[in-house]
Every structure is written in C-alpha cells, then in structure tokens.
Design a protein around this ligand. Structure first.
Ligand SMILES: [Zn+2]
Ligand SMILES: [Zn+2]
Ligand SMILES: [Zn+2]
Length: 146
C-alpha cells in the first residue's frame, strides 16, 4: 500500500502547518503520481497549473521538506540533475542511471544487503543505500558505442 494524500495532509497538520489549497495540492500530486520520479520543480509546475492553489515556490518546497521531516517522503539523487521524491513506502529501491542518456532502472535494495552488511561492519557507518543512484551505461548506449 502506498501512502495516501490524507496521511500526508495529517502529517503536515501534526507539524502545526496550516492546511492551505497549495499544501493540499502538493500532497495530492505526491500521492497520485507516486510511481513517477518527480522533482520539486515538476511538482511546483503542476501545483501552479491550478490557479486556485495560488502556490509560490517557497510554500511548495517547504511543504516537501515538512513531508520529509515527517518521514513520509524521501528524496534520491539520480544523476547530475535535481533530486526526485518517493513516498517513504516505496523508497526501498536503488536506481541505476545511464550517464549518457539518463535512462533509469529500479533495483530492489534487498539485493544489496550482503554487501551493505559488510560495508557497515568494516566502516561502522549506518549506510543509506538508496540516497544516490549507481551510474553506468545502459544496454542501448553500450550498443551504439560499437
Ligand atoms: Zn540528498
Ligand atoms: Zn543510455
Ligand atoms: Zn525510484
């Protein structure tokens, strides 16, 4: 089950934020388009497409921050561009990104657990395996290379 828009709104309310149309719109976009890799800019663009929401950039960005603080939203960096958001309920995947064309594939983070355990043991770090993507060359780009 993914986190729904009401859960996100309640989390904002619990942080003492006033539930405005703009904040509602952010929550509904994040919940509805949960399977996409949304950047803050693309969320802002969609919120602003509805004039009734009357959202400015700082409201949208602060709402995203508040949802992250509440532990419901997580960002990942897929490459050189802006970070993308996932609902915390589905942030358990790692990404591989083609550093030529930007194609992204999701990989279940569970497959990395053996290596991560080793990494934690040798370094003492609590590692966050999904914050940054692994980069490489996708099959298409590898083919056109030859
Ligand atoms: Zn980050
Ligand atoms: Zn590629
Ligand atoms: Zn993803």
């Amino acid at each position: 089950m993914h986190i729904d828009s009401e859960t996100l709104i309640n989390a904002l309310r619990n942080q003492g934020l006033r539930i405005t149309e703009a904040r509602r719109a952010v929550c509904s976009i994040v919940a509805r388009r949960h399977s996409e890799h949304l950047t803050a800019a693309s969320i802002l663009e969609e919120v602003q497409a509805d004039p009734a929401a009357r959202a400015d950039q700082s409201t949208v960005y602060r709402t995203l921050d508040a949802l992250e603080e509440a532990g419901l939203l997580v960002h990942s960096h897929l490459g050189h561009g802006a970070a993308v958001y996932h609902l915390a309920s589905e942030a358990t995947h790692q990404h591989v990104v083609c550093n030529r064309c930007g194609t992204t594939a999701a990989v279940p983070a569970a497959g990395l657990s053996e290596w991560l355990t080793q990494l934690q043991e040798t370094t003492g770090f609590e590692v966050d395996p999904t914050h940054f993507a692994i980069t490489g060359t996708c099959p298409d780009c590898a083919t056109t290379d030859t």
